[in-house]
Write a protein that binds this ligand. Structure first.
Ligand SMILES: [Zn+2]
Ligand SMILES: [Zn+2]
Ligand SMILES: [Zn+2]
Length: 111
């Protein structure tokens, strides 16, 4: 398995054991099990709240709290969970042209 990052918290996912799970209990390849279980995000947090939380684990990445926050502030907006590319057209709820991959945006799905 390639070294990839959880698309929510940025944690490197190095083996399948660390993968989150979909509703049907299959592995979700985008998120780690600390973020995503049974098809849902465990913590319904904002990006800033998650940055706060992750900054406490800086020592695991060899960074102090401030460095870890800096790191997360740069990294998180590039991750799927936080990277919303929705446009004004999405405001009505359905936009077939939307290319946003954020799992919390459902505008490209016909209701
Ligand atoms: Zn995660
Ligand atoms: Zn979006
Ligand atoms: Zn959209």
């Amino acid at each position: 398995m390639n070294n990839k990052l959880c698309q929510s918290c940025g944690m490197p996912i190095t083996n399948e054991e660390q993968l989150g799970t979909n509703k049907d209990r299959s592995n979700n390849i985008d998120y780690c099990k600390y973020c995503y279980l049974n098809g849902e995000f465990i913590d319904k947090v904002t990006m800033e709240e998650l940055i706060e939380k992750c900054s406490k684990y800086g020592d695991q990445a060899g960074m102090n709290e401030e460095e870890m926050k800096e790191h997360c502030r740069k990294l998180f907006p590039t991750l799927k969970r936080w990277n919303c590319t929705c446009t004004n057209e999405c405001a009505s709820g359905y936009n077939p042209n939307c290319t946003c991959e954020n799992p919390e945006c459902h505008c490209s799905l016909q209701q």
